[in-house]
Design a binder for this molecule. Sequence first.
Ligand code: NAD
Length: 320
Amino acid sequence: MRALVTGAAGFIGSSLVDRLLNDGHDVVGIDTFTNYYSREIKEKNLSRARDYSNFLLFEKDICRDDVSPLFDGVTDVFHLAGQPGVRKSWGIDFDDYLSWNVLATQRLLEIVKLNGQLRSFVFASSSSVYGNQPKFPSSEMDLPQPVSPYGVTKLAAEHMCCLYAKQFDVPTVSLRYFTVYGPRQRPDMGISKMINALIDEKNFKIYGDGNQLRDFTYIDDVVEANLYAATYAQANTQRGAIFNVGGNGTVSINELIGMMEEISGLKMRKIYSDAMAGDPRTTCADAQKIKNETGWVPSIPIRIGIQDQFNWTKIDKFSN
Ligand code: NAD
C-alpha cells in the first residue's frame, strides 16, 4: 500500500503512520502544524516515523497549498487532519473549524475524485455528530443532532464524503471515533489533563457533576479500525459507509478519576464547576455495524488503557 495520511503529526495520525510503516507500507504524511498545541509535541510524535526511509512528510496546509502532486501513486488515503475540540468551536475560532474540517475535506475529495487507483479514503469523523440523543447506545441509523459547532463541521465533512462517494464513486468510509485516548493523547483532552494534574499534584476542574458518561476508545483500537475500514473499502463496491468506532462500555468522569487514583496511588484535587456548552451528557456507541461489516471490535479494556497512558505520561515527563 502507498498510504497518504493527513494530520500525520497529530495524536491519531502519527500513531497510524507508525503502524503503517511497521507493517511495511510506504507513507506520505501531510501536516501544517497548526498552533492548537505545541509543535514540539507533534515533532516528538513523528520521531519514530522519521527513521524510516519510506516515510515522507510534507509541511503543507490542505486548504491553502496545492497538495495534488503528493497523491501520485497513492492507493489509500487516511484523512485525519482537522481542528478538534468541542469547547473552542464557539465564537471567533469557528473559522478554523470551517476551514480545517469542512474545506480541507472538500479539497481532498476534489483531488481524488477522478483517481482510478484509489482503493480507500478513510475519514476521521466523530461521535460529536450525535449530540444529546433521546436513547443510547447511538447507532449510525440515529438522526445526528450535534450540540457543538465542531460536531456540525464533522457532520458536514461526513456528508461531503458520502456525496463524493455517490457522485464520483470515491471509496469513502467515515469513522465516528468515540473519545480516543492512550499515549500521545492531545494535551487539551480530559484523560491527558487528569493524569498530568495527578502527577503534578495540581487542581483538576470537572465541568458538571462528573456523572456524565463517556465511551472511550484506546488508540491502538482506533488505528486498527482505520486499517479495517481501508480493507472494507478495498473489497466493497458499496461507497460512503459510516461506522461508529467505540462500544467499549461507558464510564463516568468520577469513575474514571477513581480508577486513576487506584492505578497511581495518588489523590486527585477535584474542583467542580458548571458544565460547558457543547459537551454532551452521554456518549455511547452501538458498534454492531462495524463489527458485522468489517470484523472490527475494540479490544483494550479501559483500565489497561489508562494504566498504559499513565505509564507513558510519566516516562515522557521525566525524560525531558
Ligand atoms: P490532532 O490535533 O492531534 O491532529 C490533527 C492534525 O491535523 C494536527 O497535527 C494539525 O496540525 C493537522 N492539520 C489540521 N488542519 C490541517 C490542514 N488544513 N492541513 C494539514 N494539516 C492540518 O488531533 P487528533 O486528536 O489526532 O484527531 C485527529 C482527527 O480525528 C481530527 O480530525 C479529529 O477531529 C478527529 N477526532 C478525534 C477524536 C479524539 O478523541 N482525539 C475524536 C473524534 C474525532
